[in-house]
Design a protein. Sequence first.
Length: 234
Amino acid sequence: MKLLSLCLGLCLFSSSLNPIFAQVQTSKIIAQSDRIRRIQFEQGEISATLEDGVIRGTRNTYLLGANESQIMTIALTSLENNAVFNLVAPNYTILQQEVTNTHLILPANGDYKIIVGGTRGNANYKLYVEIYDVLSTQTIKTENYHIILRSHCREGAVTCHHVSYEGININTGDRIQLAGKTIHITCPDGVTPCRFLGYQFVNGDYTYIVRSDGSLLVYQANNLILREEGNWQN
């Protein structure tokens, strides 16, 4: 009897050390995966705003069909400033990488990929996308710059909020593309736009003004840092 009790004691002790006998506790691991969605504008619209979120370690990919020479504007805002995007062309060329906004002339037909990811933790964000066709083009030449203005608004329109600025430095070949609008003097009622003054484009702390006489003015905050007279080419 003593021998049997000793054997049972040793067997129970060994089972606590042997993984074959030990009780195993497992935890469930949930894998997170990337998401892909297609953006489609409502009929007659040229823009869309999406509210979404991305989980840490994953990416949200948005597909958007567009054509060569169209103008695309993208703006991404997040609650904690912790979301950025990459923009990939149909030929897989990366057009923008880890940015929060862009404005550019599209290089090809096909599906563009907007890939959103978080820089830290989970990110809740709003994604604004706009695409428009160019209905009119104007060019200006100053001493150092060649400026191309592309507009979605037809000739004769009083105001236009879909104007693209492409400025090319004649000396270096550097270029910048910005989104902007027309500017006017308002009528006595304080609402109706009257005399056309030109175009305004904002790039962070910098404001570019193309006046109706063809001159280019660039302000940093409220300080004028560049002024060049220009001539309309068409």
